[in-house]
Ligand binder design. Structure first.
Ligand SMILES: NC(=O)c1ccc[n+]([C@@H]2O[C@H](COP(=O)([O-])OP(=O)(O)OC[C@H]3O[C@@H](n4cnc5c(N)ncnc54)[C@H](OP(=O)(O)O)[C@@H]3O)[C@@H](O)[C@H]2O)c1
Length: 247
């Protein structure tokens, strides 16, 4: 497939699944802008492909993310940046709940709204949110994260209907536990809180997946590419699970 002439904006493109998505979009010919808060990881990814440009922007900062998306004038926007925290529900601090809402839901709102504004008047566009299986089902100890990701799925389904006659599709991709830095932090957290070994902690996350393995980021990136390619024009408002049958 060719994305020559298309511009893409990927939030959280400096690491994990965002970096893989940015790379695959660039390899398909798109000019890709990646954003995040830390310049160093963005620069490392940008150095791997001439079509990838870094921009420092926090998705929870309305002015910064709006300006970055407007400057890119994208045809494809992947709202991928996110973060997770875990705690038993009774011990969950309001501040933690608010952080989860801010980055995972408000940040995705600002990204998708910026994308919708930037695409006004364009005949074709793709808005893709990387939600989670936690946007479809519940998991213990991550209620605020799951609440935010359910919110993302609801927002995607609604925006899709608003844009349905404008050539712009809006979809969520819902991965299970991914083999990325975020999951490494979750494993470290389990080791610290339970005293289990690294291998036991990793196995406990792999066991949540019917295939008993973590989801490769490349599988998520290929789903993004499929949504951007020919033959997916009528796929909109969907929540696509990439989870080895978990949901
Ligand atoms: N890991 C999993 O098991 C899993 C499963 C399902 C869904 N997901 C979702 O997949 C997405 C990517 O996760 P990942 O596993 O690739 O995690 P990751 O490696 O931790 O990447 C997250 C990226 O988001 C960026 N980011 C975080 N907060 C930001 C903010 N306020 N503004 C701008 N950028 C921000 C980070 O860069 P900076 O820190 O430099 O800002 C980082 O590059 C997330 O939405 C996550 O919820 C992950």
């Amino acid at each position: 497939m060719s994305l020559d002439g298309k511009k893409a904006f990927v939030t959280g493109g400096g690491s994990g699944v965002g970096a893989v998505i940015a790379t695959m979009l660039a390899e398909a010919g798109a000019e890709v802008t990646i954003c995040g808060r830390r310049p160093a990881p963005l620069d490392v990814v940008a150095a791997t492909h001439p079509n990838i440009m870094p921009v420092v922007a926090d998705i929870t900062d309305e002015a910064a993310i709006s300006k970055a998306i407007a400057a890119c004038a994208p045809d494809i926007v992947v709202a991928n940046a996110g973060a997770s925290e875990s705690a038993p529900f009774a011990k969950t601090e309001l501040a933690s709940f608010e952080r989860m809402m801010s980055v995972n839901l408000t940040g995705t709102f600002l990204t998708l709204r910026g994308a919708t504004r930037a695409m006004q008047g364009k005949p074709w566009g793709r808005l893709i949110a990387i939600a989670s299986t936690a946007g479809i089902k519940g998991y213990p100890y991550v209620a605020p994260y799951a609440a935010a990701k359910h919110g993302v799925v609801g927002m995607v389904k609604s925006v899709a209907l608003e844009l349905v006659r404008k050539g712009i599709t809006v979809n969520a991709i819902c991965p299970g536990f991914l083999d990325t830095e975020m999951t490494e932090r979750s494993i470290a957290n389990i080791v610290e809180k339970t005293g289990r070994s690294y291998d036991e902690a990793r196995a406990s996350l792999e066991a949540t997946n019917p295939m008993h393995r973590l989801v490769p980021p490349e599988d998520v990136a290929r789903a993004v590419l499929w949504l951007c390619g020919e033959g997916s024009d009528m796929v909109t408002g969907q929540c696509i699970s990439v989870s080895g049958g978990e949901t």
